[in-house]
Design a protein around this ligand. Sequence first.
Ligand code: RUB
Length: 307
Amino acid sequence: MSLYRTADQIKTMQIRGAGTIARAAAEALSEHAKSLDAPDIAAWKSEMQTAARVLLDTRPTAVSLPNAIHVVMQSMENAKTIPEARGAVKIAASSFISSSRNAVAEIGKIGARYIRDGFVVLTHCNSQAALACLLTAKEDGRDFRVIATEVRPWWQGHKTIQTLHDAGIPTDLIVDSAVRFFIKEVDLVIVGADAIAVNGTVTNKIGTGQIALVAHESRVRFIVAAESYKFAPETIHGKETLVEERDPGEVLSPGIRARLPSVRVRNPVFDQTPPGYIDLILTEFGAISPHMAYAIMRDHPGWQIQG
Ligand code: RUB
């Protein structure tokens, strides 16, 4: 698949979810490098930068995307010839993809330990890292139930319930606004992340902040499953995580909107949960307090956002 097609699929949500987007971008760069030709290495690198920019411009929130692109692009920095640069990009991309998959699996093992027999676990959206915790707990023989939200307007919850169903995990589907109604049944909330700021604030699918607030009110543990490339090092230097606002047509059809010209439809697709509402962040290096976000950025400085 061409890099431009991958970029289009990310933009149009055919490829979605922070980790999946990051792996798709790394793969796209590697494939692009394979067939890209240029008169000299400087021109080749500049073409690669243009291609990276196309990927970076697809969606603004998930920091896994610039972090993945950065590790791949950085690998070609010292290359003196085109074949050398191509080889470096290929190795960096495949190493990012495999370490990303390993990170999700490791988080799954850690997260599964927090799920006990008889638990009801609530999840929101469709996070591979959060699902890894649930699937590993099931593989470990744990007997528990999941409550999954629908996730308007893209219905990512439908993907989640399909996976849970296929794994034989008993699941209840609820509308997004029913979380407070059901919270008394819930023992644990596990969600994923698109970006984690230096102060431990977690950006994830719209609605996550409300769920965290409700969990906090009811003293239900709230856990975020997030690979280290979800941490946003540029927040150390004051850059804020951008929340993507998508087309109103995803929420209300143009026909209805045309009849209601005084109504503005807003469609932010992520929100921010402050660290005070988060009990733990599970990374591939272990469970941390959200207040330790800086330590992850300091100890694993490979992830840097491209400007
Ligand atoms: C997906 C979403 C997911 C995170 C984490 O939003 O918010 O919870 O990306 O997912 P969208 P993962 O569908 O708009 O991309 O753990 O798979 O990286």
